[in-house]
Structures are given as structure tokens and as C-alpha cells.
Design a protein around this ligand. Structure first.
Ligand SMILES: [Zn+2]
Ligand SMILES: [Zn+2]
Length: 493
């Protein structure tokens, strides 16, 4: 079975389809189904490709939806895109909409972007981390992150974008008209059509995928596992960042580096990406690759390179597969139609990947439209280590099961506070109900207020209440923050 051939095809230029999707969009719009209307207009744009009339229609349609959604900035962006097609002379409707947008923008603005900010001054060399985080090393943990000052529950200590993302192409089938193919940001469905049947959220994302070797990703013959596809993506994406195979070789063989070795404020943008790749490659030390069928299949799909270069690419990709296995984060998105978060792929984080595991961690992360926000969950004293949880916390998994699964995937016997202290799995009354609160909290402000109250409670009760009670409160806050963010992404009134 050839499963991949249909996932990434060049967008067919079909005026019949374009018309159909445009009419579908207008019909949804009249029914006040705004999310659906935007998706239909996006389909119209993808299929319109080079026809300016169809493109202008798609953008005009979207501008109407954003207008009633009171998203005036996005409305103006779409009016501009429609006008750029150079076919709309004296369109009264658009002129009127534009003028009204500008009027409204004077009186109300909606902040729909990532509302997180670092809780403290940023590191002078690393703008996405707070100052005071340091890299340290010892025999037990190898490299680890510690803090040079006391941290309080609720502090945002890092907002990081992945250096490499691997989007499950199956997920892309469902989300290709709703998410950026490069970073998976929804951008509230305000996306740009590309050469293939995918959309991007910005010119930067458009540029970073335009040289991707889509054909080799799409035209994989036979019944291959997703692992092979991931290997191909690893090769293509790393090559795209490095520029060519020689500079990729230099990244791979250069001495181990972490983000703490660089001054990101003085790097130009294209250098930043290369440096982040270098740090990602160095997330784990040199390990021997695991030879299996996937590697053999990958070897056949490398492309035409000299033997030496082919060998390098195999070694590199095997190394990166190990980096993924040990340090990858899951990439989640909020599905508007399902009303829940779904996993759509994996990604690598040069900072996040340096954090060690604990089944009773003092930091958690939430992923928000492509960005990862790291938040302190318990009081951390100066000089103490920061931990995240790689799998499930002790609250949700018993000692034997969690030790077993950690050993299988990460190769260590967990000796964290919870495992050392033999913490058993939480009881139902300690784990928050997954459905709690979704109706109770209707707006972001009230969720944020509740979360802030809980952080204060945790700070007061830490060390006095049982670890189970504290972990339950932390889990509740994570849940509330994820609901709040899903509301930001949706933002449909
Ligand atoms: Zn993007
Ligand atoms: Zn543990």
C-alpha cells in the first residue's frame, strides 16, 4: 500500500473546486459558522493557486469573516491580500469594510497572540529564558539546569520555539487547511497558500519550507513505517537549516554546545537557526546507532550522494533518532471541531531537552500554538535543579509502571524524590477530573485569576500538605491553563 503518495501533492489548480469551496465558505458564513467558513475559504485559496480572481475572492471572503469576528487586524490583512491580486478596482464593499475596521481598531483591540511573558528579566544572552538559569554538571545527572535564585510557583521561566518539528503527515491530512505546515500554528486560520497542498502562517514559514524536498517525502513507495518518514524529515529539515551537507557535517562533528555557549542577541536570524540546530544535535552525547529495518529502508531513500556522504547521513540520522527518543516533546494542537487537544507530531527543544526528569517535577510545560511555555510549579530554592516529567507523574502512574516505562524509553532507573520515597499512584480524589471547569470558566481572565490563586495556595501549603495534594493542585492548574489557551486559539465570539 502506498500511504504517503497522497499526503503531499502539488495543489491542483481546479476552478471547479475553487468555486465549490468559495460557495461553501459563503454558505457557512451565512449560517454564522465562522470556523467552517474560514476553512472553506482556505481550501478555495489552496486550489486557486495562481488565479488572481479566485485568490481575491478567497481573501475577500476571509476578510468578511474576520470582520464579524471583530478581528479587525486580520480583516485588514486579508483586504490587503485581496487588493494585491490587482483585480479589484473600486470595490465599494472592501473600501467600506476597510474604513470601518480602521475606526474600530481605534476603540478596541483584541490581544489574540501568545499572552505569556517571562516572569523576570531575560537572560542577557538568551532572550527566551529568564536570567538566573544555569547549566551545571555532575556524575549522577550529567548536564542539568539549576537556578541561581529562588523561584516561585507560577513563574514563567522559558518560552521556547522548537528547533525541529516532525508533523505526522497523517495529522496534516486533517489539518492542512487549518494549520501552518511548518510550525503548526493556527494563526486563527489566517494562512497563506503554498505551492503544494499545504498552507503556512507567515512569510518566514513559507520561506523555510519552500526548498524542502517534498517529492522525496511524498513519493515514498511501499509500506514503510512512520519512523522512516521521520528519518527523511530529519535529513531534509536539518539539511535545509544547515544550508548544505558540508555545513551539516561541521555541525555534527563540532564540539558539544548548548544554548548557554551563545549570545543569541548578537546573531543574525539565519545564524540563529544554525546555532539552534547545533545545540539540538548536541543534546545527547555520541551514541552508536541502532541498526534496524528502518535504517535499511532509509538508506535506499537518501538520494544521490557519494558513498562517504551517504554514510555520514546515515550516522547523522541515527544519532538524531536517538536525540528524538531521549528528548523529544509532543506537539499538540487544539482541535476546534473535536473540542480537545490532540497530538500531531513531535519536536526538539534545545533548552527543554536539557531538563532532567522527575516523577514529581517542579516545572511543567504547556504547548501553545507552536511555542512551549515552561512554568515553575513548586517553590525552588537557589542552587536547586529544575525537573520536568517525561511521561506521567506519580499522581497518575504507580512506582513499578513508571520505572519500567522510563527504563525502556530513556534507559535509566528513576531515582527521583517520588521513586526514592516510594510514592504510590494518586487516588481519584487527588487527581483532577478531566472535565472539570470547561463550562465553569468561560473567559480567560477568570481562568487566569483561578490559576493565580492556586499558585499562591501551592506556595503556602508546600512542605505542609502531602505531595499528593500538592501534585493534584498542580495538575489542576495545568488543566486550567490548557483550557484557557484553547480559548485564545479559538477566539470566536
Ligand atoms: Zn508557521
Ligand atoms: Zn521517578
Amino acid at each position: 500500500m502506498n500511504a504517503f503518495k497522497f499526503l503531499l501533492k502539488k495543489s491542483p489548480k481546479s476552478s471547479t473546486l475553487t468555486k465549490l469551496y468559495y460557495e461553501e465558505g459563503s454558505s457557512f458564513f451565512q449560517q454564522k459558522k465562522y470556523v467552517e467558513a474560514l476553512i472553506s475559504y482556505n481550501k478555495c485559496l489552496v486550489h486557486a493557486k495562481s488565479n488572481p480572481v479566485d485568490l481575491a475572492n478567497g481573501f475577500t471572503g476571509r476578510s468578511a469573516v474576520y470582520f464579524v469576528m471583530k478581528n479587525f487586524e486580520k480583516c485588514l490583512q486579508n483586504i490587503k491580500l485581496a487588493r494585491e491580486q490587482n483585480i479589484l478596482e473600486n470595490d465599494m464593499r472592501l473600501d467600506d469594510r476597510e474604513a470601518r475596521c480602521k475606526e474600530y481598531l481605534k476603540i478596541e483591540t483584541k490581544d489574540t497572540e501568545c499572552t505569556y511573558k517571562l516572569s523576570n528579566a531575560p537572560n542577557p544572552r538568551i532572550p527566551f529564558l529568564v536570567s538566573g538559569l544555569e547549566l551545571s554538571q555532575n556524575d549522577k545527572f550529567g548536564r542539568y539546569i539549576k537556578t541561581s535564585r529562588d523561584l516561585r510557583p507560577g513563574e514563567v521561566i522559558a518560552i521556547e520555539e522548537p528547533s525541529l518539528r516532525f508533523i505526522d503527515l497523517k495529522a496534516n491530512i486533517f489539518y492542512k487547511y487549518r494549520r501552518c505546515f511548518n510550525c503548526f500554528k493556527s494563526n486563527e486560520l489566517n494562512l497563506l497558500p503554498g505551492s503544494h497542498e499545504v498552507m503556512t502562517c507567515s512569510q518566514t514559514c513559507y520561506d523555510s519550507i519552500k526548498d524542502r524536498d517534498f517529492d522525496s517525502e511524498a513519493l515514498i513507495e511501499g509500506d514503510l513505517s512512520w519512523k522512516v518518514l521521520k528519518m527523511i524529515q530529519l535529513k531534509n529539515k536539518s539539511l535545509a537549516v544547515a544550508g548544505d551537507i558540508d555545513s551539516l557535517t561541521n555541525h555534527y562533528y563540532s564540539p558539544t554546545k548548548t544554548i548557554f555557549n551563545f549570545d543569541f542577541n548578537s546573531l543574525p536570524l539565519n545564524e540563529t537557526k544554525k546555532v539552534l540546530l547545533k545545540c539540538t544535535v548536541s543534546l545527547i552525547g555520541g551514541t552508536t546507532g541502532r541498526t534496524d529495518d528502518n535504517v535499511d529502508a532509509f538508506k535506499h531513500l537518501i538520494g544521490s550522494y557519494s558513498n562517504q556522504r551517504r554514510e555520514f547521513l546515515v550516522t547523522f540520522v541515527e544519532h538524531m533518532m536517538n536525540v528524538c527518543q531521549k528528548t523529544q516533546f509532543s506537539l499538540n494542537t487544539f482541535d476546534e471541531s473535536l473540542g480537545q487537544w490532540v497530538k500531531v507530531g513531535n519536536c526538539l527543544l534545545p533548552f527543554g531537552g536539557l531538563l532532567n526528569h522527575s516523577c514529581d517535577p517542579n516545572v511543567f510545560w504547556i504547548s501553545l500554538d507552536g511555542k512551549f511555555v515552561f512554568i515553575v510549579t513548586k517553590p525552588i530554592k537557589a542552587d536547586e535543579q529544575l525537573f520536568i516529567c517525561y511521561r506521567k507523574t506519580f499522581l497518575r502512574e504507580g512506582l513499578t509502571e513508571r520505572r519500567k516505562s522510563l527504563l525502556a524509553q530513556y534507559g535509566f532507573v528513576c531515582d527521583c524524590e517520588a521513586c526514592h520515597g516510594n510514592y504510590g499512584m494518586g487516588k481519584t480524589e487527588e487527581t483532577p477530573d478531566d472535565n472539570l471547569g470547561s463550562e465553569q470558566f468561560t473567559d480567560i481572565e477568570s481562568i487566569d485569576a483561578e490559576v493565580a490563586r492556586n499558585w499562591e495556595q501551592i506556595e503556602t501549603k508546600f512542605g505542609k500538605e502531602s505531595p499528593h495534594r500538592i501534585a493534584g493542585m498542580i495538575a489542576k492548574n495545568k488543566f486550567l491553563l490548557e483550557i484557557a489557551r484553547s480559548k485564545i486559539i479559538l477566539h470566536v465570539s
